[in-house]
Design a protein around this ligand. Structure first.
Ligand code: GLA
Length: 338
């Protein structure tokens, strides 16, 4: 892609400048995205999240030794461009190798798992300390359907029902200056939101409140409505924690049943642009509460939604096309700065 052409056609405007007085604007990237659009990323965004490279399964080789090679590509890019990272993610039931919870065939005892987690936290947190503004310490611990608050996970099974408290306490002890977040999805669903808030209140009473709550916001161009978004933000505001929008994307599909669209029609692109503008308008109203809004990917071509919830169904959820050209969605956000 010819970056000069692109910059000329858009003038000097940069997305991160539009929201400079509101919140940091971030994006999730992979080493491939950095290789493809290095200037575009730094031009429009001020923070980075590793899409996969700092998850436990990506940080070890097949001999269970640390392997930072892929995460370091992103960390070094952030250092060169003076960008900060939202660290993502340390404790999760997904994308964590099975061996992490075992010694051979034997499942670890609680103290053994905590010793392993301590090494993981000490090593990873210190390696990226110079460029991380916060970490998603725990990802997706709350159940989707209840009645239990917590979902089943190896962490819970080994450490017990108060494991979140144990983990937040351990992380604070290891890295007292770091901001630690609890990150989850579907907070716009009132029942799930209530469960998350109950858990956060319990952590607060135990004296280990997270510094912030991450709302993933994998939404679509039809859902959720404005009122649901406002209610969600206001409910979390009551906890007195920072709010980050951590993984925003707007699928062009309502559901997994919908058949693949044939490219992005002008009509859909316009609908998406309106939705992005509306949603960012709401985030702006709450700029006192929201410190960071991060998109989950740079270009449509590399979005995880091309394979989720349906494999090989092309989606168009982001602000840039596969070739790095800005879509209507991005242009509409730029126009919010005029
Ligand atoms: C969740 C995780 C992210 C990512 C997305 C899908 O939201 O928090 O790390 O895996 O799913 O890409």
């Amino acid at each position: 892609m010819d970056n000069n052409l692109l910059i000329n056609s858009l003038g000097e405007r940069r997305l991160k400048d539009v929201f400079r007085n509101d919140f940091e604007l971030g994006v999730a990237v992979s080493p491939l995205m950095i290789a493809e659009t290095p200037d575009l990323i730094a031009r429009h965004f001020s923070t980075l999240t590793c899409e996969n490279e700092m998850k436990p399964e990506s940080l070890y080789d097949e001999h269970q030794r640390f392997d930072f090679s892929r995460a370091d590509i992103i960390a070094d890019y952030a250092r060169e461009r003076a960008m900060l990272l939202r660290g993502h993610t340390l404790v999760w039931h997904n994308q964590t190798p099975g061996w992490f919870f075992c010694d051979g065939q034997r499942r670890l005892e609680a103290d053994e798992l905590l010793a392993r987690l301590r090494i993981h936290l000490e090593t990873v947190l210190s390696r990226y300390r110079d460029i991380t503004c916060c970490w998603d310490l725990v990802n997706e611990a709350i159940s989707d359907n209840g009645p239990d608050i917590l979902r089943e996970s190896p962490w819970r099974a080994i450490l017990g029902d108060r494991y979140l408290e144990t983990i937040f306490r351990l992380a604070r002890e290891i890295e007292p200056e770091m901001s630690f977040f609890y990150n989850d999805y579907n907070e716009v669903v009132p029942e799930k939101r209530a469960r998350i808030i109950q858990m956060l209140r319990e952590l607060k009473s135990a004296g280990v409140a997270p510094d912030g709550i991450g709302l993933q916001c994998h939404w679509n161009i039809y859902y959720p409505g404005r009122d649901a978004i406002r209610e969600t933000i206001e409910d979390f505001a009551g906890l007195g924690m920072k709010i980050h929008i951590t993984e925003l994307d707007l699928s062009v599909y309502r559901s997994k049943e919908e058949v693949a669209v044939d490219g992005l029609s002008a009509e859909l692109e316009e609908l998406q642009a309106k939705r992005y503008a509306e949603i960012f308008g709401i985030f702006r109203e709450y700029r006192e509460l929201i410190d960071n809004v991060s998109l989950w990917g740079m270009t449509d071509h590399h979005s995880w939604l091309n394979n989720f919830p349906v494999r090989n169904r092309p989606d168009h959820p982001l602000l840039f096309k596969g070739d790095g050209v800005m879509k209507e969605s991005g242009k509409r956000l730029l126009s919010l700065g005029e």
